[in-house]
Design a protein around this ligand. Sequence first.
Ligand SMILES: Nc1ncnc2c1ncn2[C@@H]1O[C@H](COP(=O)(O)OP(=O)(O)O)[C@@H](O)[C@H]1O
Ligand SMILES: [Mg+2]
Length: 283
Amino acid sequence: MQTIAFTNQKGGVGKTTSAVTLAAAAAERGVDVLVVDLDSQGSATELLGPDAPPAAGVADVIGTGPDERGRDVPPARWSDVVLTAREPGDVAPGSGRVDLLPATDMLVASEEHLYSTGDLWAVGAVVSGIRKTGRYGLCVLDCPPAVSRLSVNAVAGADLVVAPATLSSMTIRGIERLHQLVEVVRDDLGEAPRVLYLPCAVDARYSETRRLLSEFEGAFGEYPGGDLLPAVRTSSAAGLAFARRQTAVEYQPDGRLAQDYRAVLGVLAENGAVHLPATAPLA
Ligand SMILES: Nc1ncnc2c1ncn2[C@@H]1O[C@H](COP(=O)(O)OP(=O)(O)O)[C@@H](O)[C@H]1O
Ligand SMILES: [Mg+2]
């Protein structure tokens, strides 16, 4: 099981869209996927989860610290909290399952708890326990829009960090802050995952956008030699799919949003960052 953290301290840059659409694209290729929603705003949970907000979530597995009376609350088991988001075959014929460790308001308590304990490996411990079960081929972590303890924990627990960003939001300062987050992990744990950048909602009709994109290509270099993943184009399918609580792969399988995330999955798979099951030979 490979684990990818989608993180960027900025909000509204495509983290959740990228996490759930890449998850669906992998499921479409037969991978069993787990989505972990670490953002208390719960967008991924709203999209993938049940109609009613779940009573328990990933916060209870990570730990939420002592309750109001100061009593320690034992962490929940992930297998007691995990939900089925998509059954095998739901995303597309032959697709893998998509499970969800949902977000709840208790993530606010987890954040405080991680801050007070200084623990960087709380999410990593959950992820490594799940990896041992062999149940999933891919785990995606959808992070909150902040340099938070949950985000640092997600980076620590991930094999790869993908930082979705709109071109206008990709400032030098933003990139430096992201690298600081990774350095916190490296200082503490001795190693840290690679960070790749994913330009999102790119509208190449504008010459300024094309100029920015080629500037970033020059600065980062294209993956795998460099750190820039193929851009995801702007598409109204992002919002429309969300409104229907579908991923773009389900909402508009032939649309450009689905295609672009399949392309991102493809280059990650070609370079071993995601393992796809061997496709059956054509008859
Ligand atoms: N490729 C895209 N084209 C157009 N709109 C997009 C695209 N990706 C995301 N969006 C929209 O941008 C907004 C923020 O995206 P979201 O994935 O929720 O960002 P984040 O998780 O970083 O806050 C949402 O309304 C989403 O529908
Ligand atoms: Mg989000």
